[in-house]
Unconditional design. Structure first.
Length: 375
């Protein structure tokens, strides 16, 4: 089984915290999208013999492109790739693009899952983050999606905002749960370098939230989702049974995937490849047969470290028999240290974080990283 990731590199406006690749200039949208169609055709060979189980339209803002542009890409995929009989096909959408008609057209084109970029239900927070939609649009779009009978849907929310207290976070989660969401991706705000938010922080215009507040909000998130019956299956992801993201779960389990479009990443089990983060350079590269990507072949140590980094973030943990290093032996004292603090468990041949350990997932993973000469 393998996946396809399609990066649509356009947004209506720039959110202040965002460091994904996108452009707000849509003048050359058709050229970029036809280069992406060509990339799909050119690279179909790379997944020859594999069945595509999941397709993910991310970005950027995939809901900005016309239905016919989306349908045309899906037609190319069906012609060039072997697609599973019941694929999960996700479309990321923003609330300002949601109408009953568009939802019906996406469904007719084959989309099975909508991922809605809600982020907040408070007007002042949406303005602070530079989002293009309003709080009313966020709620209205959720209600429309819930009625549209997709196989699944999910929303994104952001916590850890400056001066956010538990009452505000509780209110956000209550609104989301009251509207029947079967899956939630909740991200703690991080200040990425070279974003408008980083600039505001540097100038003293915005004060970052305290770690203790962010940590309390993460605890409240786990508690509320647990009570509501959503499984915490990855650090930032909660879903009811049958509603986990198949695409992301395969990615965390090391599945192969092809990434199409500017900045998209691909992985074939050994090599990572990433396309250039420029719409113009990407289009020119595809059109002229030039090189528009870089790649790196992972060493055994890289492969182990990636499995630790992604696996520890999931409820299934890291299958010790599936990695190429004897972590329990190489890092016996670090493993023991985290186990004795109650942050890590070794059970059934797997390394799994405890609930308390989920606060420190990245730190624990990096403590267990191996270097090239480890065996
Ligand atoms: S809509 Fe999404 S991709 Fe576009 S700027 Fe905002 S957060 Fe980034």
């Amino acid at each position: 089984m393998a996946g396809l990731y399609i990066h649509i590199p356009f947004c209506r406006q720039a959110c202040t915290y965002c460091d994904f690749h996108f452009s707000t200039n849509t003048k050359r949208k058709e050229e970029v999208l036809s280069a992406m169609q060509r990339e799909l055709e050119l690279r179909a060979e790379e997944l020859k013999g594999a069945t595509i189980d999941t397709i993910y339209f991310g970005g950027g803002t995939p809901s900005l492109i016309a239905i016919e542009e989306l349908a045309s890409m899906l037609r190319t995929m069906r012609e060039r790739f072997t697609i599973a009989t019941d694929p999960e096909i996700t479309l990321e959408a923003n609330p300002d693009d949601i109408t009953e008609e568009r939802l019906a057209a996406w469904k007719a084109a084959g989309i099975t899952r909508i991922s809605l970029g809600t982020q907040s239900f408070r007007e002042e927070r949406l303005r602070f983050m530079g989002r293009a939609h309003t709080a009313n649009e966020a709620i209205r779009s959720i209600d429309l999606i819930a009625k549209a009978s997709f196989a699944s849907w999910t929303i994104d929310l952001i916590y850890g905002l400056p001066d956010m207290g538990l009452p505000e976070w509780d209110e956000q989660l209550t609104i989301a749960l009251d509207h029947g969401m079967p899956h939630l991706s909740a991200y703690c705000l991080t200040v990425e370098p070279r974003t408008a938010l980083a600039h505001q922080v540097k100038k003293g215009l915005v004060k970052e939230a305290d770690d203790a507040d962010q940590s309390a909000q993460f605890d409240r998130l786990m508690e509320r989702m647990d009570t509501a019956g959503l499984d915490h299956y990855e650090i930032s992801n909660f879903g009811r049974s049958g509603h986990y993201s198949r695409h992301n779960t395969s990615y965390w389990n090391g599945a192969h995937y092809l990434g199409i479009g500017p900045s998209a990443h691909s992985f074939d089990g050994r090599t990572r490849r990433w396309n250039v983060r420029s719409n113009a350079a990407y289009t020119k590269g595809v059109d002229t047969g030039g090189t528009y990507w870089e790649s790196e072949t992972l060493s055994a140590a890289d492969r182990t470290n990636e499995r630790l980094m992604t696996g520890l973030r999931t409820q299934w943990g890291v299958d010790l028999s599936a990695i190429e290093h004897d972590i329990l032996n190489i890092h016996s004292s670090a493993v023991q240290g985290h186990v004795s603090k109650g942050h890590l468990q070794v059970r059934d041949g797997r390394l799994v974080l405890s609930k308390a350990g989920r606060h420190f997932a990245d730190r624990i993973a990096s403590d267990l990283f191996v270097v090239a000469h480890d065996r």
